[in-house]
Design a protein around this ligand. Structure first.
Ligand SMILES: C[S@@+](CC[C@H](N)C(=O)[O-])C[C@H]1O[C@@H](n2cnc3c(N)ncnc32)[C@H](O)[C@@H]1O
Length: 312
């Protein structure tokens, strides 16, 4: 069994969630259950956690880890983008805190059969939810050149997206692309990497495909919107993101919800009727300490943003 995922900024998350004596906290991205376990260990017995993951194997691993707290946790398989209906199905209408620790977990990354890793050869899969139909290999087969270029450019911020797609098509003319090793070799040859970089040249393409396969950015937007309806007054929402596309979505959402009214400044009176719903608590994102990054290099790009629900 792979080692447990190392949870990022656990103390900071607990501090900012500012958990009270009772209520339900949502862990929208359970993973190995490290954050949930830390919350349960450090809060009153009346605090419960409702935890979601779209990966059934993550839920099973976490279930075992969290067994000492089984009376205080409810685990649900599902997509964070369906937050409201998952909460409804479990009889939850209001929560006192919510955490989203986005992206993939270490066991997902380090299990070659899941097909997320550039380092380990495996099937080109990348589905967080293995019951979902479309894998990364399917996307490479199905999408048009223009669609693939757009994904690699927009979700991977890869400036050589066209070259990558040309190289993919050249390979596909000979044989289908079915493994992570095959794709990483093709991409590595197609892109020009800056010298002295330690980042693998296929990193951006892999990120792009993973985001597309799992529809990560759209699901995040749905989840943020649903969260507004679930948080009780002064409840907090903490989001940890690992790349700029996610962070930008969270930052913009928090700003818009803090601002409320979206009428053009020239209009003398508000006609949109939108009210402020959030107060931002982290003007700049919180990042892991140097000591944490040294202990857990995967935390290096983590950014934590927190906002508090207000009702005006
Ligand atoms: C970074 S890990 C979370 C690690 C966890 N906080 C811990 O301490 O062990 C992210 C997890 O969220 C899940 N995930 C990512 N996006 C999701 C989504 N839209 N819906 C449900 N689960 C999601 C992944 O399957 C993965 O298990």
């Amino acid at each position: 069994m792979p080692a447990y995922h190392e949870s990022v900024m656990k103390n900071e998350v607990l501090h900012y969630l500012n958990v009270h004596m009772e209520g339900v906290i949502v862990d929208g991205t359970l993973g190995d259950g490290g954050h949930t376990e830390f919350i349960l260990k450090n809060t009153a017995p009346e605090i419960r956690v409702f935890a979601i993951d779209r990966d059934r194997s993550a839920i099973e691993r976490a279930r075992e880890r969290l067994s000492p707290f089984q009376d205080r946790v409810t685990l649900a398989h599902g997509n964070l983008g369906d937050l409201k209906s998952l909460a409804d199905q479990n009889g939850i209408s209001r929560v006192t805190g919510l955490l989203m620790d986005l992206g993939v977990s270490s066991p997902q990354l380090d299990t070659p059969g899941r097909g997320f890793s550039i380092q380990h050869d495996g099937p080109l899969d990348m589905r967080m939810d293995s019951s979902q139909k479309t894998s990364a290999a399917d996307l490479l087969e199905k999408l048009s050149d223009a669609e693939l270029v757009a994904i690699i450019k927009n979700f991977g911020e890869e400036r050589y997206a066209k070259r990558v797609v040309r190289a993919i098509r050249k390979e596909q003319a000979e044989r289908p692309i079915t493994t992570t090793g095959q794709l990483s070799r093709i991409v590595a040859k197609a892109v020009i990497s800056p010298r002295h970089t330690r980042i693998h040249p296929a990193t951006r393409t892999f990120q792009a495909l993973r985001i597309a396969v799992n529809d990560e950015l759209e699901q995040l937007k749905f989840a943020l919107q649903d969260a507004i309806g679930l948080l009780s007054s002064t409840a907090r929402m903490a989001v940890i993101s690992f790349h700029s596309l996610e962070d930008r979505i969270v930052k913009t959402f928090f700003r818009d919800e803090q601002k409320g009214c979206s009428c053009p400044p020239k209009i003398p009176m508000c006609v949109c009727g939108r009210k402020q719903t959030l107060k931002i608590l982290t003007r700049k994102p919180i990042v892991p300490s140097e000591e944490e990054v040294e202990r857990n290099p995967r935390s290096v790009s983590a950014k934590l943003r927190v906002a508090e629900r207000i009702y005006v």
